[in-house]
Each structure stands twice: as C-alpha cells, then as structure tokens.
Design a protein around this ligand. Sequence first.
Ligand SMILES: NC(=O)c1ccc[n+]([C@@H]2O[C@H](COP(=O)([O-])OP(=O)(O)OC[C@H]3O[C@@H](n4cnc5c(N)ncnc54)[C@H](OP(=O)(O)O)[C@@H]3O)[C@@H](O)[C@H]2O)c1
Length: 281
Amino acid sequence: MAGRLMRAVVYEGYGGGAAKLKHVEVPIPPPKKDEVLLKMEATSVNPFDWTIQTGRMRPILPFKFPYIPGIDAAAEVIEVGEGVQNLKAGDKVVSVLSFGGGGGFSEYAVASKALTVKRPPEVSAAEGVGLPIAGGVGHYAVQLAKLGNAHVTVTCGARNADFLKSLGADEILDYNTAEGAAHKSPSGKTYDYVIHCATGIPFSTFEPNLSKNGKVIDLTPGPRTMLNFVFQNENLEYLIGLVKQGKLKTIMDSKYPLDKAEEAWAKSIEGHATGKIIVEH
Ligand SMILES: NC(=O)c1ccc[n+]([C@@H]2O[C@H](COP(=O)([O-])OP(=O)(O)OC[C@H]3O[C@@H](n4cnc5c(N)ncnc54)[C@H](OP(=O)(O)O)[C@@H]3O)[C@@H](O)[C@H]2O)c1
C-alpha cells in the first residue's frame, strides 16, 4: 500500500477554523515497527482537535504542518509492521492515533499496537470511535458514575435535562441560571468528585461545593491535561466491553462523511453538540 495515494483532510497552519481545512491526496503511510496500518471506518471531532488548530498547544502540538487531524479511530487492520503479534490484517479495532501526528481524517492511518484494541462485532465503528478520547465526555461520565452507584448532579443546558435524566442523572442544574452557574446541588449535597468538562469555569466556583476530601478532575483541554493523559489499553477494552454488554451507550449528535469534514469541525467549535460528532469514511 505504501506510496499509493489516499484522500485526506489537512490544515497547514494555526487558526482559521473549519474554513482552513483542505481536501488533498497524500501518500498512504507505511506502518513502522510496532505499528499497524488501518483502513479508517470512522473518526470523531472533539474540542481537543480544534484546540490544537488554534495554536493553544504550540509548540508541542501539532508536530508539523500540514497536519491531518483526528485522533480517535475505528478501523480495520490492513497491514502490520514488524513486531506486531497481537493484531492481524482483517481485525476490526479502535485506536488512539498519535496526538502529534493525528491522521484520522484520512482513508488510511498508522497506529501504535500499544494504543489499539480489538472491537467485537456487537460494537459498531461509530459506537467504538467515541471511546478513546471521548468527546461528548459528559454523557459517558454520567453513565459511568451511575454504574459505580454514585449520586450524580449534572450541569447542562435546559434542553438536555430530560436526556441526562434518561442516562441516570439524579439532579440537574441549568448552567444558564445563577444557581446552575454556582454549581449548588439542589438537595444541598457536597461533591466528592467534580468532573470538570466545560471551559471557562473558574475553580473558585467548585471549592465551596466540595466535600472535605472532594476532588476536581479537570478534563478541559490544555498542556496540563495533556501531561496527565495516560492511555491504557485495558481501560479502552473495559469501555468497549460495557458497550458490548449494553451498559454504556455512545450517544451520537451527528454523523458526517469525510467529504464534509469541515461541517463536523464547525459543529464541534459551536459547542452545542449532544454526544459525539462522528466522521465516517
Ligand atoms: N482530557 C480528556 O481526555 C478529555 C476528553 C474529552 C473531552 N475533554 C474536554 O471536555 C470538554 C467537553 O468536551 P465535549 O466533547 O463534551 O464538548 P462538547 O460536546 O462540545 O460540549 C457541548 C455541550 O456542553 C454543554 N455546555 C456548554 N457549556 C456548559 C457549561 N458551562 N456547563 C454545562 N454544560 C455546558 C452544551 O450545552 P448547550 O448546547 O445547551 O449550551 C453542550 O451540550 C472539552 O473541554 C474537552 O476538551 C477532555
């Protein structure tokens, strides 16, 4: 395959949002040692992806321009590089592509064997691709917290209140109201954990609402989150297992073909997705 051309979407510098995505043809990358070549089935757009484009993570990310975005991958293994024993051509997988190298917005991509997990037939490409970076992160967090029998208070826009109740949320706060913005639990509870996944909220609003040993887990994009990010195959396998058993759902906001990747990009930048924004190949 190496050397043949494939369709890809790239951007060539910082800034410019969806308007700066370009459709090009580039050579199919060869899998190196411990890597697999993937035929992409789906990727997703997450706030993390377009945050890289803004230049907020320079000089760490991206490694170089032109850059093919897309870090989540649901795909089929086409070729394996030297040293790959646990995967073979024909395996359906979910992968995390290199943060610095990206590659999901293309027909083929290379992934490390260490960041690639087999996907059972019960889990579709679109369901599986939501799991690695897990944008639309709040809807997974609620479901996982409920699986752990936690009492869950959610902040969301009023339009999503019923949706989040259906996922198991016990209390709902509308972030557009004063009480919601202050994160006060309606029943007066304090929080043992706050999963912080909306940008522009000062830590000082969490502090008065935390229990004695309460913790804030900050998922918002930035160099600090990058440094704390630890990917473990067994965690992804665990999540795929929950989807297979019907215990965890991937809620899809919208799906776009690769030809319309810029529409998916713009939708994510708008910040009003409910669940995952998927790009299918
Ligand atoms: N560290 C990690 O591994 C990791 C992984 C995934 C995501 N993240 C981060 O987590 C954040 C969320 O990502 P995402 O993909 O879930 O984003 P998203 O899908 O773009 O989030 C959009 C949703 O957030 C709601 N929202 C906006 N402001 C809010 C606020 N102040 N309080 C409560 N809800 C609010 C919106 O509601 P309305 O439409 O009603 O306004 C909309 O439903 C991002 O900062 C992302 O980078 C981190």
